[in-house]
Design a protein around this ligand. Structure first.
Ligand code: ZN
Length: 323
């Protein structure tokens, strides 16, 4: 008879401790969830910004770095299928690795044709932030593999679809522009006008970044420099987005690069002269290229951050190969 109330008591004790346990588990779960949220909310953490200038300027720039553009609904939308991983396809030539990123990702080049006149397309220098350029380069690789006649018999075309793979792997936001050292690779080429820091007020200013410890400091930059120095490139396009137009290489712009820019602008409808937002560009790939025996080079911006503008750029490719 005495055992019955005792059993009843122990039942309540078990229930009370179970509730305690449940409460504790809930607290642990809430804490874990909060910590996960914290680390997601700090996407800068993977960028080593030790080079980055300390914020000495007044914050809150009044100028946005790009004009507002309306996406073209007829062009291919990238967001549904773009993946910032190494591009894999099973037609055409295998790519050659020309170097590695800071984090060890391969930088690849596809080669089409065997002619004497050599042309180069580089995409992704500003990472997944401008990932539609990478998607365009990948579309070109597939298209040329399926239509090899696009390449005239006297020509060789090289395509580097993703020059900044560490950035592309970060997704398609402002954090995905610079390399893993926080360097803007299109400011890192050892041109005559290279500088580590510049007036950011009229330029891209979403994150702290630099031109590197010195011109050509970054492994991605070195890979492309070595490639260009070991070839005789007639003309090249470095793809960007969005909307500012076609920028000829050279400081001041070289006549041959201006010719190329004019021709490409005519084929694509992109602005030439490019839209001047008051930003001074230093250490760019196109400027360095024309200082090092590339006959003509341009930075060319797709019309939005989403579309590949494939049809326009197929025309641009044919014009490039005829240059
Ligand atoms: Zn860019």
């Amino acid at each position: 008879m005495r055992s019955s109330p005792r059993r009843k008591d122990s039942g309540w004790i078990i229930l009370a401790w179970s509730l305690n346990g449940l409460g504790l588990l809930t607290l642990v779960a809430v804490f874990a969830f909060y910590m996960a949220g914290q680390s997601e909310a700090a996407p800068d953490s993977f960028i080593d910004d030790s080079y980055a200038p300390r914020p000495t300027r007044t914050p809150a720039p009044t100028l946005y770095y790009l004009p507002t553009v309306t996406p073209n609904p007829r062009a291919t939308m990238v967001e549904d299928y773009f993946t910032p991983t190494a591009f894999v396809f099973n037609v055409g030539p295998a790519p050659t690795v020309i170097g590695f990123s800071v984090l060890g990702r391969p930088i690849q080049v596809y080669t089409f044709g065997q002619g004497e006149n050599q042309y180069l397309i580089v995409a992704g220098i500003h990472g997944g932030y401008e990932g539609n350029g990478i998607a365009l380069a990948n579309e070109m690789v597939v298209y040329i593999s399926e239509h090899p006649d696009v390449i005239p018999s006297g020509d060789t075309l090289y395509i580097i679809p993703d020059m900044n793979p560490d950035a592309a792997a970060r997704g398609r936001n402002a954090d995905a522009r610079v390399n893993a050292n926080g360097v803007d690779l299109n400011r890192n080429f050892p041109t005559d006008n290279w500088v580590a820091d510049w007036d950011h007020s009229n330029c891209w200013n979403d994150r702290p970044t630099t031109g590197g410890a010195y011109g050509g400091s970054e492994p991605e930059t070195k890979a492309v420099m070595n490639f260009i120095l070991s070839h005789h490139i007639q003309a090249m396009i470095s793809y960007h987005s969005a909307a500012l137009g076609v920028f000829p290489g050279g400081v001041p712009w070289e006549p041959e690069s201006k010719n190329l820019a004019r021709i490409l602008a005519k084929q694509t409808g992109y602005p030439y002269p490019p839209i001047d937002i008051g930003c001074v560009y230093t250490g760019t790939l196109a400027d360095w290229a024309v200082e090092h025996n590339v006959r003509a080079a341009v930075d060319m911006e797709l019309s939005t951050h989403q579309n590949t503008d494939f049809e326009q750029n197929l025309k641009a490719l044919k014009a490039l190969l005829g240059f």
